[in-house]
Design a protein around this ligand. Structure first.
Ligand code: NAG
Ligand code: NAG
Ligand code: NAG
Ligand code: NAG
Ligand code: NAG
Ligand code: NAG
Ligand code: NAG
Ligand code: NAG
Ligand code: CU
Length: 335
């Protein structure tokens, strides 16, 4: 009987497989109990202590399983940002990471998110996310190198090189090929860095910014408001969160080096999910844009039938499979 039910379950279409009983519920960091917060950061530390699954000759910097996720993000930087692939790619990326925490490190909870506007007042350094206590995600950085010095991850060695912003600008300005530098996966150990920036969060991620984001009428405008710089200190809520972390979290290539990246991108995903929910009929499958960063080099518009890849982290998906958080590979909601 058990076997038969198992067969039925695996044959059922996705929308029937994802039910209230097996749905993951993603919560805001500060609303987790202290015990739940430690369980989460412990699972991340566990991933940082598991062996890499990548070829060490090709990826010398991928020193552990956590770094495999960073390597993959570096690998695809030029196709997963400032284009139509951005939202669906990062949705599955966070899901693959959450699944690794659960499957490889015994984590029982769901991926938490970072509700930015709730952190605008009071200072990041004093917040439950960054206060450096055992119940936080580690402290701010300090010293000349701005190394995270207290709480979880303070002894983590960031393995990959630093990528200057000029790499992105050169590619855009010179109609580049979007090839990553040859040294991208080198092992260049450094301390894990943060440089918390309250002002960036206040200007890009306050309640009125979120209201503006969620009131964008089309997916094209939603994406533009989310990520496109509008000059001085304006980066959009996605960029603002990265700049607010500073250090490793603000490097477009290696930003997942900061474990808060995954809380930040869960929040980006939550914004998209909420925006979609306002008008499921027209918004769930809405796409706008091509498949390369700022469309350099030029690429076709992304369609629902195109394949998206995460390299060795997971199987290819069509864009269509990634549009609904309770179908395809996913089964979660935000609380
Ligand atoms: C790892 O990559 C190197 C260089 O590409 C290759 O020669 C070697 O066979 C690979 N090792 C494995 C186990 O695949
Ligand atoms: C990098 O991208 C190439 C091309 O898609 C792929 O073959 C390789 O497995 C990727 N490696 C990682 C770590 O993502
Ligand atoms: C930080 O930099 C200052 C000025 O360059 C130098 O005097 C100081 O020794 C450095 N401190 C550390 C801990 O490296
Ligand atoms: C970091 O390493 C030092 C020295 O090995 C150790 O005393 C400290 O407890 C470690 N901190 C954390 C948060 O693991
Ligand atoms: C940019 O380069 C691509 C080839 O990579 C070429 O097809 C395209 O015409 C170029 N665009 C411009 C504006 O020069
Ligand atoms: C919220 O952000 C907007 C846009 O940057 C800014 O004009 C406004 O002053 C900010 N509000 C507060 C309360 O800081
Ligand atoms: C994509 O969005 C931009 C910005 O809103 C808009 O100008 C453009 O017409 C849209 N493209 C398509 C194909 O809908
Ligand atoms: C996965 O998709 C990428 C392009 O997004 C493609 O290059 C690759 O061949 C696909 N791999 C498989 C196994 O289908
Ligand atoms: Cu990214």
């Amino acid at each position: 009987m058990v076997l038969m039910l198992g067969l039925l379950a695996s044959a059922a279409p996705a929308h029937q497989r994802c039910k209230e009983e097996n749905m993951m519920v993603r919560k805001e960091w500060s609303s987790l109990s202290p015990h739940e917060r430690v369980a989460y950061s412990d699972a991340v530390t566990c991933l940082q202590n598991l062996p890499s699954q990548l070829n060490n000759t090709q990826y010398p910097g991928a020193k552990n399983r956590y770094a495999d996720f960073v390597a993959t993000h570096i690998n695809y930087t030029f196709i997963i940002h400032l284009d139509a692939i951005f939202l669906p790619w990062h949705r599955d990326y966070v899901w693959l990471y959450e699944s690794a925490l659960r499957d490889e490190c015994g984590y029982q909870g769901a991926q938490p998110y970072w509700d930015w506007p709730a952190y605008v007042e009071g200072g990041l350094e004093k917040s439950q996310l960054f206060d450096g206590s055992a119940y936080s995600m580690g402290s701010n950085g300090k010293g000349n190198n701005s190394c995270v010095y207290k709480g979880p991850f303070s002894n983590y060695t960031a393995p990959f090189p630093y990528f200057p912003n000029s790499i992105i600008m050169d590619n855009i300005e010179n109609n580049g090929t979007g090839a990553i530098p040859s040294w991208s996966f080198d092992y260049e150990p450094n301390c894990f860095q943060r440089y918390l920036n309250d002002e960036a969060l206040r200007l890009n991620n306050n309640y009125s910014c979120i209201e503006t984001l969620l009131s964008q009428p089309t997916i094209g405008e939603f994406q533009n408001y989310l990520s496109t710089p509008e000059g001085d200190a304006h980066y959009g809520p996605h960029g603002g969160g990265h700049v607010a972390m500073g250090g490793d979290g603000a490097d477009l290539f290696t930003s997942p080096t900061d474990p808060v990246f995954f809380l930040h991108h869960a929040q980006v995903d939550r914004m998209w999910t909420i925006w979609q929910s306002y008008d499921i009929k027209t918004r769930r499958y809405a796409l706008n844009g091509t498949q390369t960063l700022e469309n350099v080099p030029p690429s076709p518009e992304l369609t629902l039938d195109d394949h998206i890849t995460w390299g060795p982290l997971g199987v290819n998906r069509t864009t269509r499979e990634l549009m609904d958080v309770q179908a395809g590979p996913f089964c979660y909601r935000y609380e």
